[in-house]
Write a protein that binds this ligand. Structure first.
Ligand code: NAP
Length: 548
């Protein structure tokens, strides 16, 4: 059996230190937060549970892992020289390239001395007397910090399905989000992949090329859009760099964090042929993107009828590509509007099901009942495997935050405060938890956007708030209960006006048994959201209490 998560190393000497800020996580958010706070003159301790920096791009190193936002848009914008000097090689770079980029950033800005790797923050308790957070780790660190910044990511608490028997499995098993650094050789093996969303869609075609047999266990089919990935043309890259400031500004003011001309019409307002031609153009366009597909009409995520047009277009493409009509039918999604769950980008995904060594098992019809010593049992039969790959996702958004025992005023636990679902002000702060900030927290656009745009906006907002506090001699900043109530209701109202809550998705917490069914991200778009956050700051941190 393979367990790949880097566990705690030797327990170090206990240490109690005072720093200005603790940042949890050394992914894209944590690294920029560290850089920002260092720039303000703060002492900062970053803790990272993994053995290296990179967050998502450290952990998700399964074959085929690559970003689904274009590289030129996914890069940091905070430093003009960095953005000019880094050369991307592809439209959608692979994990190795993204990790190289993040490591370059860590070195370029001399961030590593402030980061403790392989160290998981286990608890953070607000000491009301001192007005400071007391932070503990699994390696015995004890640190007191004025600010606690959770840069733990939205998709970092991976989960396995509730199927018994894994501990007795004689083969190897892997989770896509905890992939071994040394890689895995599937040559000649009988391999199972469980899960057919973004991670499964990326890993399946590559495992199929190596394995003797690949069996894909699918519960819910997804909409998979062709990535049309390709090497970046150096002239195109130069031309974007020449107008980068303008490109970034447009991204920040957009809906999804990637600028796209605003559609003026709904999908049903144009003739069928025109609409079909548009979808076709995007499908085959080498520079297409999820945003270009979803932004062609202004009501695709608002109107079921409009959404049906694009959903049917994709179902037709699946039927065109997949040779066995029964398999094609199983792969066609009918249970959710396109975009209400995260759509996937794929390369040769549907084509892979035409390979003679690949088969599909519909676990909606024949559910998984047990992992056996030899393989997997469904309600129908037992399958033998040498290796099982879980592409089964995450306890999203709240999972990484609630994995730390966070206690605010009066010893209140965040897990209890969020028992009915997350409650935040602006997705950045929680009433009763002073000086705690959540980068891309629930209640902010986060996972509905180009994460880089949302990360930079939050880091800069938090940095500015801390700078303002220091300038005014304030020691604590805390969201008011009223502001938190208002924002939590507002996020829900905006979500209810869309098709998002109609799907069972990790946005809604549906993938984790017992998790409250609440739509967690804020779907009003990054441009509008940024404006709101800026207005709050300009009004002297409206909705927050600042105390000396
Ligand atoms: P996910 O979207 O949560 O998908 C998990 C998959 O596992 C689903 O197909 C799910 O089926 C299946 N599953 C879970 N429990 C199961 C069970 N008990 N039995 C059978 N099937 C089960 O996770 P993910 O694919 O890792 O993606 C998560 C998110 O990460 C994405 O939405 C995306 O935001 C991000 N991501 C991005 C990229 C990229 O940039 N290209 C790549 C990977 C991930 P059901 O749908 O029926 O629950």
């Amino acid at each position: 059996m393979t367990q790949t998560s880097p566990g705690p190393q030797q327990v170090d000497e206990a240490s109690t230190r005072e720093v200005d800020a603790v940042v949890v996580g050394a992914g894209l958010s944590g690294l920029y937060m560290l850089h920002k706070l260092r720039g303000l003159g703060l002492s900062v301790q970053v803790y990272e549970r993994d053995a290296g920096v990179g967050g998502t791009w450290f952990a998700n190193r399964y074959p085929g892992a690559r970003v689904d936002v274009k590289s030129m848009d996914y890069a940091y914008s905070f430093d003009a020289e960095l953005e000019q000097e880094w050369e991307w090689t592809e439209k959608y770079p692979a994990q190795e390239e993204l990790l190289r980029y993040i490591e370059h950033v860590a070195d370029r800005f001399d961030l590593r001395p402030h980061i403790r790797l392989r160290t998981r923050v286990t608890e953070a308790v607000f000491d009301e007397g001192a007005g400071r957070w007391r932070v503990g780790t699994d390696r015995g660190d004890r640190v007191s910090a004025q600010y606690l910044i959770m840069a733990t990511g939205c998709l970092s608490a991976s989960r396995l399905p509730e199927v018994p028997g894994l501990e007795g499995f004689r083969g190897d098993w892997y989770h896509t989000a905890q992939w071994p650094e040394e890689g895995v050789d599937f040559t000649g093996k009988r391999v199972a992949v469980i899960g057919t969303a973004s991670s499964g869609v990326q890993v399946i075609p590559l495992i199929a090329e190596r394995a003797a047999q690949l069996t894909v266990f699918q519960r819910t089919p997804n909409f998979v859009i062709p990535a049309n990935n390709h090497p970046l043309d150096p002239d195109d890259q130069r031309s974007v760099k020449a107008r980068y400031a303008e490109v970034r500004k447009a991204n920040r003011e957009s809906g999804f964090g990637v600028a796209f001309p605003e559609a003026t019409k709904g999908a049903m307002e144009v003739p069928d042929q025109e609409r079909h031609d548009y979808y076709r153009k995007v499908w085959y366009d080498k520079d297409n993107s999820l945003v270009s597909l979803l932004s062609g009409y202004n009501d695709l995520i608002l109107s079921k009828d409009s959404n049906d047009t694009i959903a049917q277009f994709v179902r037709d493409r699946i039927a065109e590509v997949v040779e066995d009509p029964e398999v094609a039918e199983q792969l066609q999604p009918w249970d959710h509007p396109l975009g209400a769950k995260r759509p996937c980008l794929g390369t040769n995904y549907y084509e892979t099901f035409n390979r003679p060594n690949v088969s599909l098992v519909n676990v909606r019809k024949t559910p998984l009942t047990e992992i056996t010593p030899a393989g997997i049992r469904t309600s129908e039969k037992e399958f033998a495997f040498d290796a099982v790959v879980f592409a089964t996702g995450f306890d999203a958004m709240t999972g990484p935050l609630l994995a730390v025992d966070i206690r605010g005023r009066d010893g209140a636990r965040l897990t209890e405060r969020w028992a009915e679902g997350p409650r935040t002000y602006l997705g950045l702060a929680v009433a009763g938890f002073p000086n705690l900030f959540t980068i891309t927290g629930p209640g902010s656009p986060s996972v509905l956007s180009n994460m880089m745009v949302s990360i930079e906006q939050h880091v800069e907002w938090v940095g500015d708030a801390i700078a303002a506090m220091r300038a005014q001699g304030k020691r604590t900043i805390e969201a008011t209960a009223d502001a938190e109530d208002f924002w939590t209701r507002h996020v829900d109202e905006v979500a209810q006006a869309t098709l998002y809550p109609t799907a069972d998705s990790w946005y809604m917490g549906s993938n984790v048994p017992g998790k409250p069914q609440v739509f967690m991200p804020y779907p009003a778009g990054v441009g509008l959201y940024r404006q709101t956050c800026d207005e709050v700051a300009a009004a002297g941190y409206n909705g927050f209490e600042l105390a000396e």
